[in-house]
Design a protein around this ligand. Structure first.
Ligand code: 5GP
Length: 188
């Protein structure tokens, strides 16, 4: 049975509130600004999940930045499990050679997607490459990823909101939360 989606009614629990996200984004922006002062910073974010984080983070940074966007899809997985097989749907639009690149991610789970992206971006000869993620789920990590800036470390649950989707919906929630079990099982 699939009735109309009621975004907020489908949320069982808020894990990270809108206020907590905004405060943490401000802190990260300040740290990144301090770390990259006088350098050539390019923020690279990965659509679609990182879109709200990227939009807020770039405005919390007060040193000059360029931005670029990639879009990848992992395939062979399920709606809640990534497979690590990554297809690039949208590539960088400019060279990052000799740029100080900060990769802005929504969430690191197994790390397989990011592992692929790091190797891909290193091949483009940036001056440096660091990783910033809003959320980190270390419990399920399969590959070791050096994360330089982390918003929140969360437990092993499938989360939605602030860019993260379930079935392409819930990205526009202003907080990060978990859905009612019946939504994931298709009963809602
Ligand atoms: P990984 O390759 O690290 O396992 O997963 C990376 C991608 O899987 C993320 O960029 C995100 O698109 C998706 N993902 C992993 N965990 C979650 C989650 O809890 N919620 C949502 N909506 N997506 C997730």
């Amino acid at each position: 049975m699939s009735g109309p989606v009621d975004l907020k009614a489908d949320v069982a629990e808020i894990l990270v509130s809108e206020e907590a996200i905004q405060e943490r984004v401000r802190e990260l922006g300040q740290r990144i600004s301090d770390d990259y002062r006088g350098r050539n910073l390019t923020l690279v974010s990965v659509l679609k999940g990182s879109l709200p984080f990227m939009a807020d983070l770039m405005r919390a940074i007060d040193v000059p930045v360029r931005i670029d966007l990639m879009e990848v899809s992992s395939y062979g997985g399920t709606a809640t499990e990534s497979s690590g097989l990554v297809r690039i749907l949208k590539d960088l639009s400019a060279s990052i050679a000799d740029e100080d690149v900060l990769l802005v991610e929504d969430i690191i789970d197994t790390g397989l997607t990011l592992n692929y992206l790091i190797r891909y971006l290193r091949g483009k000869n940036p001056a440096s490459l660091r990783i910033c993620t809003l959320l980190d789920k270390p419990a399920r990590r399969l590959v070791d990823i050096p994360v330089d800036y982390t918003g929140f470390t969360i437990e092993d649950r499938f989360v939605v909101g602030y860019g993260l989707d379930y079935g392409e919906l819930y990205r526009n929630l202003r907080f990060v939360g978990v859905l009612r079990p019946e939504v994931y099982s298709g009963g809602g």
